[in-house]
Design a protein around this ligand. Sequence first.
Ligand SMILES: Cc1ncc(COP(=O)(O)O)c(C=O)c1O
Length: 539
Amino acid sequence: MAPLNFSEVVGSASSSKKLINLLRGWPNTSLLPTHLVEKGSRAVFQSTSLSNPALLYGQDPGDPKLRRNLASWFTSFYQPPEPVTDERITITGGASQNLACLLQVFTDPVYTRNVWIVSPAYMLAFRIFEDSALKLRAVPEDEDGIDIEYLKQEMRKCEEKASTQGNNHTPIKPPRPWSKIYRHVIYAVPTFSNPSFKTMTLKRREELVRLAREYDALIITDDVYDFLQWPSSLTAQTLSVKKAILPRIVDVDRYLDGGAERDGSDGYGNAASNGSFSKICGPGLRTGWCEGTAKLAHGVSQTGSSRSGGAPSQLAATFLAETLESGELQSHVYDTLQPAYGKRYRKMVSAINQHLIPLGVRLPQTGRDFVGGYFIWLTLPSPLKGAVVTQRAKDEENVVVAQGEIFEVPGDTERAGTHFEDALRLCFAWEDEEMLAEGIERLARVIRTLQDEQRKGLLVMDRKIAAGLPAGPLSGANIAGACEVNCTSMQRTSGQGSDKKGQQGRGPQRPIGQNRILSQFKHEGSACKLPPHQTKILQ
Ligand SMILES: Cc1ncc(COP(=O)(O)O)c(C=O)c1O
């Protein structure tokens, strides 16, 4: 089979304009430190004392040199009251792989009640939770991060319901000396979130840790963007910051109110930090780390698949250990990545300020001193819908963005703050830097056109006529119809998202819209019904 050509997959087939991809959450190839990985590999292969262990089975918690070097970097970056020790760290196959391992070791499909997911959420985590047969619940965010009152109230209700129904099952997994089963899981990306771009305040982090302790919850945080930070001011002189702006939730848990290993506790703690080399080096390395208490780090290293052969990504881990040992990866992060992403961010935000804010588009958490990560979250002016803007942007301007609904927690979208039909996520990491401002200008043209059409009542009629429906005004409630019409062209031109069941039910002449795909995505129990190439590009 011929390799998939990305531009054919997501761009407009008929546009004469160059594709601008603000959807793909990957690092631009110019930012891959190929020379560092190559140098690290050379160091390993020049010495049999390094290359033999690199090519053999490794230790369960992973390459010792990498653990040591990570511990020392985290001590200087996060500056916790006491140094990070290597016994707190286990090497992983990246944040996604380790999320699965944490769930395998520390949850039970019967005993663990829910995964509480800060929403909007990194959508590729949904299937990982479903693989462990856990029930997904959405928790809204406000301007300070997770809505802690909502979570508190829902956890309390959940426990009350369980006890009134006598539903206090014992785990179906056997007890094992290296692990425990938590009653709840909370999943968050507290710093420079994908997708919401928000950072959770310290107060919320502390409240969350206290709540997790009260309800026996494990907070799993994907801390994959922490190192990619810069001042939010568009005129700041420097774009590099060598110290974390806030302690991670795992650090808060380590020290708050006597800490994770306080008297009377079981010593596992209530937080696990999932880190990754994907965003600071290269996602193809498939290498990351997990930090928690020594007991928790040991527990996750005892996942069955790590017991058979040692931690994943052993060879890559040895290369990375060398890049940290020399300090070159840290310098790459501070001297290359932070300024480069900071510059990209400035270009995009300047264009947003100039072209989108005047149209009524809103950004979250505008008062912050530091920002970072890969993504910006936009709320559209009413009554525009992300699905419509996304499709028209692709068809008319050949610019691709992610619509907010993709980041909704499957099966829990009814409550306020858990559905995102009026939102878009933009990525400034992948597209060529010189195209970022133009991407925003094109998006502004689409939004202006839609607003004009809406004012004149044309948006509605055009869409309905194209759909073969009787013309007439379209309310906010049935704007999904407009999306379906728009999305028709997506399927015709790119061949994506075929839905055999839908096609049979509706006849071959009636193409399936993206909103159908999304509703499957949300309600059919499987988190990612999108074809693999579509879900991958959304990272
Ligand atoms: C929040 C979040 N978690 C996890 C990942 C994936 O990390 P990894 O490549 O280490 O599996 C991403 C990548 O986009 C992400 O944004």
